[in-house]
Design a protein around this ligand. Structure first.
Ligand code: SAM
Length: 245
């Protein structure tokens, strides 16, 4: 999959994509990340990308023209397997199910806003969708783009060492636990300052471990994210029968 990022701060991405699974996936060719500087599509001496909002008001907006020109030249003639996303606090919430859907495209182009946002015609006539990573306002779309790329990348074939690990993680709709949080996990030492790892995890009894994880995932979801259980009830209608985390 090819990820394109359109930004006025290309250097921002040296950090987020320089480490871990995403960096490794870039080296093995499982994905490509191409960072594009919006100023490359401006034609004045100052490479101006922003202007004042019509009607007055605080701050500046990213102009629509350079964004249109950039997207058109990066993607060429639009194809169904391409998706253009505008990062925006006003967008639909980016959730695991959205990451799973976006992972099905061959090319994903993320537009990072700045200042007071982006001329609305980008949302209306260029972007396929507007996504928000949460109900808070960031200073720019770059952090949000890094979040989206990381979440989508780990779902792509060949990116995680163990393909099963993305399936049984928190929020995964496709895992057997469907829409629950992941279960609590522990590593050595088995006794840390008197806080002991649950006995069953040391037992080697696979069926008992599976049952404990299922129940612990459900309990943690109930305690921290009861809204997920509600959602799950609405989506499945039928009671939970069997799931493993
Ligand atoms: N005036 C806008 C509003 O109130 O909705 C906020 C603009 S924000 C300061 C500048 C840019 O940061 C936005 O254009 C968007 O690209 C990005 N941004 C801010 N919050 C975001 C969020 N929660 N999710 C995704 N992108 C966000």
């Amino acid at each position: 999959m090819v990820f394109h990022v359109l930004t006025i701060f290309p250097e921002f991405f040296q950090g987020p994509f320089g480490h871990g699974v995403v960096a490794r996936a870039g080296q093995t060719g499982a994905l490509q990340i191409r960072i594009h500087n919006l100023r490359d599509w401006t034609f004045d001496r100052h490479k101006t990308v922003d202007d004042r909002p019509f009607g007055g008001g605080e701050g500046m907006l990213l102009k629509a023209e350079p964004v249109f020109l950039a997207v058109e030249s990066i993607l060429g003639e639009r194809r169904a397997e391409q998706r253009v996303v505008l990062l925006s606090a006003q967008g639909r919430l980016f959730q695991q199910a959205v990451a799973e859907r976006l992972a099905g495209y061959a090319e994903l182009l993320l537009i990072c806003g700045r200042y007071e946002g982006v001329d609305e015609r980008v949302a209306e006539h260029l972007a396929d969708e507007e996504l928000s990573i949460g109900d808070y306002v960031l200073s720019g779309g770059e952090l949000a783009a890094a979040v989206v790329i990381d979440a989508v990348a780990r779902l792509l074939p060949g990116v995680l060492g163990n393909e099963a690990s993305a399936v049984r993680e928190s929020f995964s709709a496709s895992g057997e636990g469907g829409l629950l949080l992941d279960c609590p996990q522990y590593t050595r030492p088995a006794d840390l300052r008197g806080w002991k790892v649950p006995e069953v995890l040391l037992s080697g009894h696979h069926e008992a471990i599976r049952r404990w994880r299922r129940d612990a995932a459900r309990e943690k979801t109930r305690r921290l994210r009861p809204d997920l259980l509600q959602l799950r009830k609405q989506e499945h209608e039928s009671p939970i029968v069997e799931e493993v985390c």
